[in-house]
Design a protein around this ligand. Structure first.
Ligand SMILES: Nc1nc2c(ncn2[C@@H]2O[C@H](COP(=O)(O)OP(=O)(O)O)[C@@H](O)[C@H]2O)c(=O)[nH]1
Ligand SMILES: [Mg+2]
Length: 210
């Protein structure tokens, strides 16, 4: 099953590359701020670049409706009882979209710190979010999700004082499971850290225009 997913993900990655679309996936526990960060990210990109998003949940198309307000193409993937997205689901959701007309594709995975880690979706960049309200120990309790990501975002940084977030411990924990991992502190509410986050994305795509 996993091997089949890997083969499909490899084919997807090749398709994305040929079409010139840069694919970013986001994983985290439910409620850590994936959709909110994506709403802000899509809104910033859409004036200059061609962006689209896929969003996975077990049920409802609430998140797709939220993201669609940014007026970019969005599709919801409902997984039923499955706690992660698979390459086959992504491939199916892309049906009818011309990838060559896109610069960026964002994929919000199902909220879960365990299942998504072992499923390659063909993305170029995988981000793990961890909000300040979840506790500093999540990287060491769920190391695989951090190990399989390219960079981490500490989200809801505006709430750090209210929950007495211990940034030093959080960084130590991230670095202990993934030495050298790049970490961003972001608040999608206040906008703090959004510039650094957007700059990082653009740098990773290596395409100055978009
Ligand atoms: N204070 C604060 N709340 C946030 C931030 N980002 C998201 N939230 C809130 O956290 C809750 C869950 O956010 P959502 O984006 O739906 O998380 P998701 O389940 O990971 O997609 C919502 O009530 C958001 O308004 C943030 O940067 N700061
Ligand atoms: Mg969401």
């Amino acid at each position: 099953m996993l091997k089949q997913n890997d083969l499909l993900a490899r084919a997807l990655r090749e398709r994305f590359r040929e079409a010139g679309v840069f694919v970013v996936s986001i994983v985290s526990s439910p409620g850590s701020g994936k959709t909110t960060l994506l709403e802000k990210t899509l809104a910033q990109f859409r004036s200059e670049c061609r962006v689209a998003a896929l969003v996975g949940d077990l049920a409802t198309d609430n998140d797709a409706a939220r993201l669609a307000r940014t007026e970019v193409p969005v599709k919801q993937i409902t997984t039923g009882t499955v706690c992660h997205l698979e390459a086959a689901m992504v491939e199916q959701a892309l049906d009818g979209w011309n990838l060559a007309e896109l610069d960026w594709l964002f994929i919000e995975n199902v909220g879960n710190l365990v299942c998504p880690s072992s499923y390659d979706l063909g993305e170029d960049l995988r981000m793990t979010l961890m909000s300040v309200t979840e506790g500093e120990d999540k990287p060491i309790k769920y190391p695989t999700i951090f190990n399989t990501a390219d960079a981490a975002v500490i989200s809801k940084i505006d709430l750090a004082p209210a929950v007495e977030f211990d940034a030093k411990t959080a960084y130590q924990n991230i670095q202990s499971v993934r030495p050298g991992m790049k970490v961003f502190e972001v608040s999608a509410k206040s906008g703090q850290g959004m510039n650094e986050w957007m700059q990082y994305l653009r740098r990773m795509k290596e395409d100055a225009r978009c």
